[in-house]
Ligand binder design. Structure first.
Ligand code: ANZ
Ligand code: ZN
Length: 825
């Protein structure tokens, strides 16, 4: 007998598949007059990889799930678009280039080639003809083109402000890239710098980004929707105007608790807000400036720490509380942020803990305006309760609950033109410029005479100049600034000498629209062919890691909405449904060098083969759960594949005549398995589906060994259907089985197996119910129904109840599953 040799099977089929290239989406080019492809279309997308090295265990997991779903739809005969590309701009390539004194492209494209080979070996069903790399000029030309469309609409703009600065990478970071005060990339403490930077006006879309999440409910993981909602951070409240002594215009604050206005006993402005330096008194200026320096040196982490004592400085001026005319002192304190709300707050120590802490520290008065319950022994009281101490000659909130009090005071403030209801968002505009080389150049020219001038479309792409090695060393300004020949350019407007913008775009810009490019990757007249996008978008199923829950998914949603407003696409959300696979961990912990618990994908593939690793990933549990590699058994997966493969061998080597009908019991198992496996795949219970396939393999083995034999048609039928079902997780083994059964490649497009519902139906027997010896009812039940269940069914029968006609029951005799005898009293 032949042995199952996964390495030989892989090297046999990989070149065959490469030649066949079977997973191309039909592009439906209509210019050659070909009829439109009428098969159902499906756009199945895996988040594209960053080319950091070879593929690792995390990739192996994510792509096993994405590929399973994709292959299933191919087998169903759908026209599936399942493309692949690389998110190939970014800092690691630049750092590698500095270390090796090379060009970032060398490292990048070498890694891409390695990953592409690995994907092919891993048997992922990609349409390779649509491959793209965001660092190709043919791609970033359109990233620049899109930037210019945003620019024309006022959605890309420059402004000076305090921005997150990574001292190690010498670049600015978006808020989204600062994690607990540290650079997401290198872990350094992030500081603040005042710089002029490019922004996308994502805040204009804050409400729509929230509202449009409705239809994603149930289609996206709930935790991702929650994270997006929190990130956008909608707050309802009011703007309230405070007069400041010695200043003509009032200062507006944003508050979520206008009902507490009578308890506002001081006023705080963000130290780096312009207002602070404008209003500070002459006596307090020196103290203020010392404080400001201190604040700039501190990191966001220190600033937001609740452990740390509150700091601040009196500005030597007073504000007037608009409801009671009280003079309240004005402070600068770093717990108020410059870029949220208006950068100034009314402080209500009795109801806000931060204000309470500050009041204690600085000896300021505290007035309760919400009555806490009698047993309340905390400091600030943030709960609901009747308003107290909250009345003036014209308006009283006393006795009202928080919501009523908010409404009443907001109405009063509006009538007095002292304030109005307001909504604010935590979401900030997206800082998109980076002082780095390996990214998409910003297509803007700065001219002394004309100001900012867009590079004309016909001059795109603005290609990167050739810089390498030491040229790329971080210097605080973009490395592009040192390429003087490249920087100096004629102004497109006046023809005078001008300078190119030397920043490059955040790589999240590149990945905000790549899914559109896949629809028509070679299109020359725009970023995408509108017809192709109309056919394929939105994406039916997006698969990727939860680490992209905020950044990438929010940005891609924003881009889609802007494109919708430009009339370029006719949908408002790009990803109809989203699957976040879990992580692969080892011994309960994330794999890391320092823990020494890393698992090398290459070694796993060498020991167990592609199919066993893919099967292990899918069988480990629900896709969204983490997989602990210490708890799974790739050796067990390999054994199962061996058992399945041997069955195909048994069929092909069987001799002799077989009965026409075949084994009825096996046929039932086969058809039931097809039905259940299909349902389980549709509901993403992949691991349970694999368990069904294992049971099927056992049943076939039993039939073969118990005399039915490999030549029986029921066995051939079972193994054929098994091969096709197996092809979605173990394509090599399935292909080899398929050949042994006498078929041409490829099993991957053989067509999803059908089942006969009458064979698949669970078996049943007829149960007879007698009352006083007469048959009164009959129904079908499962052969292994319990006595109790059967008794209940019989006693609930309408016909039985009618014939009992209110008589008492003396005795019930149950003979499961076929008979129930009821003896009335
Ligand atoms: C008075 C008040 C009383 C407040 C009270 C809260 C409770 P969210 O919900 O996160 O939007 N705030 C406003 N701007 C701020 C800034 N730039 N930096 C720090 N804090 C700021 O928070 C809104 C609340 O946070 C506002 O409502 C304001 O404090 C504070 F019992 O006003 B509140
Ligand atoms: Zn000019």
């Amino acid at each position: 007998e032949q042995a199952y040799d996964f390495a030989a099977i892989q090297s046999k089929w990989l070149p065959v598949w490469q030649r066949m290239d079977p997973f191309r989406a039909e592009s439906e080019a209509t210019d050659d007059g070909a009829a439109e492809d009428t098969r159902p279309r499906r756009y199945q997308l895996d988040m594209f990889p960053y080319p950091s090295g070879d593929l690792h265990m995390g990739h192996a997991e994510a792509y096993a799930f994405g590929d399973l779903v994709s292959r299933y739809h191919f087998q169903k005969g759908e026209n599936v678009l399942h493309p692949i590309g690389w998110d190939s701009f970014g800092l690691p390539a630049e750092n590698a280039a500095i270390r090796r004194n090379a060009h970032p492209a060398e490292w990048t494209y070498a890694n891409i080639d390695t990953q592409a080979d690995s994907f092919k070996r891993y048997g992922v069903s990609f349409d390779w003809s649509r491959r793209l790399h965001t660092s190709d000029p043919g791609y970033y030309k359109w990233t620049q083109w899109l930037f210019l469309r945003f620019y024309e609409r006022g959605l890309a703009y420059r402004k000076a402000s305090f921005v997150n600065w990574c001292p190690k990478d010498q670049t600015v970071l978006a808020n989204e890239q600062v994690v607990a005060g540290k650079c997401e990339r290198c872990g350094s403490d992030v500081t603040k710098r005042e710089l002029t930077q490019w922004y996308f006006k994502i805040t204009d879309y804050a409400q729509r980004l929230l509202d449009d999440m409705g239809p994603l409910e149930g289609q996206w993981p709930e935790r991702v929707l929650t994270m997006q909602r929190n990130w956008i951070g909608r707050s309802e409240g009011a703007y309230v105007d405070f007069a400041i002594e010695g200043r003509t215009e009032p200062v507006t604050v944003f508050t979520t608790r206008p009902d507490t206005l009578f308890g506002a006993t001081f006023f705080v402005v963000a130290p780096e807000a312009k207002l602070a330096s404008e209003i500070v008194s002459a006596e307090q200026r020196a103290a203020f400036e010392t404080y400001l320096e201190e604040v700039k040196r501190s990191t966001e982490i220190e600033r937001l720490s609740t452990e740390r004592d509150k700091t601040g400085v009196f500005l030597g001026v007073y504000a007037i509380n608009p409801v009671n005319g009280e003079r309240i002192p004005v402070y600068a304190a770093d717990y108020v942020l410059a870029d949220y709300g208006t950068g100034a707050i009314m402080a209500v120590p009795a109801q806000d803990q931060r204000d309470y802490d500050f009041a204690k520290q600085f000896g300021l008065s505290i007035v309760r305006t919400v009555q806490p319950p009698a047993d309340f022994d905390g400091e600030a009281f943030t709960g609901d309760g009747p308003a107290i101490n909250s009345a003036n000659a014209e308006v009283s909130l006393d006795g009202l609950a928080v919501d009523e009090a908010k409404a009443r005071i907001t109405t009063w403030l509006s009538s007095k033109e002292l304030g109005k209801g307001a909504v604010t968002f935590r979401l900030r505009d997206w800082l998109l410029s980076r002082q780095r080389y390996w990214g998409c150049p910003i297509p803007i020219i700065h001219c002394d005479a004309c100001g900012e001038v867009a590079v004309p479309d016909e001059q795109l792409p603005v290609e990167l100049p050739d810089l390498r090695g030491a040229d790329l060393q971080p210097k605080g300004v973009s490395p592009l600034a040192s390429a003087t020949d490249w920087v100096t350019v004629a102004c497109p407007k006046c023809g005078g000498e001008a300078r190119r913008d030397t920043d490059t775009m955040d790589t999240f810009v590149d990945s905000s629209w790549y899914f559109l490019r896949y629809c028509s990757p070679n299109y020359d007249d725009g970023p995408f062919d509108p017809d192709a996008v109309r056919r394929w978008m939105p994406i039916d199923q997006y698969v990727g890691g939860v680490e992209h829950a905020i950044l990438h998914l929010l940005y891609a949603r924003f881009f889609t909405k802007v494109l919708h407003d430009m009339g370029a696409v006719d949908f408002i959300e790009p990803f109809t449904s989203l699957l976040n696979q879990g992580q692969v961990v080892n011994q309960g912990k994330a794999m890391s060098k320092s823990l020494g618990n890393g698992v090398d994908l290459g070694e796993q593939l060498a020991s167990y083969g592609v199919d066993a690793i893919r099967l292990t990933m899918v069988f480990a549990g629900p896709p969204e759960d983490d997989i602990d590699w210490a708890d799974v058994s790739p050796a067990g997966s390999l054994k199962f594949l061996q058992r399945a493969w041997r069955l195909a061998n048994d069929v092909s080597s069987a001799v002799g005549v077989s009965p026409a009908e075949g084994d009825a019991a096996l046929r039932k198992v086969t058809h039931r398995t097809v039905q259940q496996f299909t349902e389980l795949l549709e509901s993403y219970k992949f691991n349970v589906g694999i368990a069904r396939l294992m049971e099927l393999v056992n049943a076939i083995r039993k039939a073969v060994d118990s005399g039915v034999g490999g030549g029986d048609p029921s066995v051939r039928e079972a193994v054929e259907k098994l091969s096709v079902m197996l092809s979605v997780v173990a394509p090599y083994t399935a292909e080899d089985m398929w050949e042994r059964l006498g078929h041409e490649p490829t099993v991957s497009l053989a067509g999803w197996p059908s089942f006969d519902p009458s064979l698949a139906a669970a078996e049943s027997v007829t149960c007879v119910v007698q009352v006083a010896g007469k048959v009164r009812d009959k129904f079908d039940v499962s052969p292994d129904i319990s006595e109790d269940a059967l008794r209940e069914l019989a006693l609930a029968s309408e016909k039985v109840l009618a014939s009992l006609d209110g008589r008492e029951i003396r005795k019930v005799i149950v003979r499961a599953p076929k008979l129930v005898n009821i003896v009335p009293g």
